[in-house]
Design a protein around this ligand. Sequence first.
Ligand SMILES: O=C(O)CCC(=O)C(=O)O
Ligand SMILES: [Fe+2]
Length: 490
Amino acid sequence: MDAFVSRKRRRLSQSSLGAITASAGASNIPIPDTSGEDSTDIKIAILLSLFPDIKQENLLDILVSCDGSVEAASSLLTSQGTSSSSPFKKRATSNPARGAQTSLSSHVLTKAKDGSVTTLSESLIHRKPLSTKKGQTLHLYSPEDIAAYTPCTIIHNFLPAEQANALLIELLDESEHFSRYEFQLFNRTVQSPHTTSLYVSTAEEYQQHTSEYKYGGTYRSNVRQATPELRSVSRKVQYAVNEVVHARIHNIYPDGKKLKYQSPKEWRPNAAFVNCYDGPGENVGYHSDDLTYLGPHPIIGSLSLGVEREFRVRRVLPRDEEDDAGQIGAEDNKRNPPSGATNDRKLSTARADAQGQISIHLPHNSLLVMHAEMQEEWKHSIAPAQTISPHPISGNRRINITYRWYRDTLHPRYTPRCLCGEHAVLRCAQRKQETRGRYMWMCYAGYVPGKESCSFFQWAEFDDDGNPVWTHKPQEEETAPALANFSASQ
Ligand SMILES: O=C(O)CCC(=O)C(=O)O
Ligand SMILES: [Fe+2]
């Protein structure tokens, strides 16, 4: 299908599931750090990180046979080799095998203070908080662990295999037209370290996204028409996302109630950002997604295709809960620049190091749902990879689709303008304890190449369902057209 346009844009403790140090440096193999930690589950997690293709129950057996020594178990496994003849290997080593991996928590035994022993799965029912450790990356693979310890749900093997492959092929073709967005970082204009395009379903929406909605201070020129596969998959994503969101509210949120400011309505995606990461170095730095048009506590459905990459998440800590790395600099609520040393990247890495981070592996055909608590309280990134396993269809490329629901009530005709005339952006105060969780409209011009911030600031008011409460009532002629739900407008 033809694009509307393809112009280039101007622009667990359970501290328990275990941890390994970030795989920074020359070595591909993460270095286990067991200092001060000796629980079985941490050891299993370390071994799992080092030997991801070996079944967890086998790792547990080996660990027991080595008297609990990670080092001895690791040497034994290395000497056994990870060859296909290894008795410890999983039935298959392709990505779907990861998808089929059972929960780490169901194999790990935890000991309570009174000496009673339960499986971690059982203890998760009581959802003890997981704290990631300074300088460490905790790798989670199973859907149960991911749901328990992050604000995300993962569904492996989401689409029928043929449909996933067809979508991947279609979007690889499309990615020829993607471009890098530009943003301002301190005194420099930098380009996104991956390429992207926005997909909408009608000509009217194309018009709006290129001349009314502003992204990073500019109108988008790279907007394309949603392809047939993208739209038919959208229907499935919509259904699955609503299902897991309801389950999460019911099973996990306090009193089984949605969050304050979360919309009670069905989630209906009406736009999709499609990203292409070509090769191991392409990435997106730690950020939270822009709330301006999505509103408070947005939900995002994110489908991964092609090469498996790591999606890393970390909590945003209030300043007074941060340790020394938190003092380094300003809010990093913006995308990181391309690979290569920069102050901002160092800052982001320093924060991640200070707090620890969780890594979720996103294989081909996995749907990750970012729940309502994600954008305000956590940051996420796609880390540059040391190595990747080429995908049979996409080679070194990974395609990611984030389905989003633009809220009619937050159309740019309604949102505030700052003193400099720019569209103000919606942010959630995260770092100061006193104001944490409050929303504000702010000038974004400081991030726009060639512009300076006018320092506009206004608290943003929402009702409990996340509808904005405007101080001025929009005039009749200001009434904005609604964006069409992908599925409904097919
Ligand atoms: O590629 C991904 O999985 C994440 C992309 C992302 O965070 C974004 O587009 O905002
Ligand atoms: Fe994002």
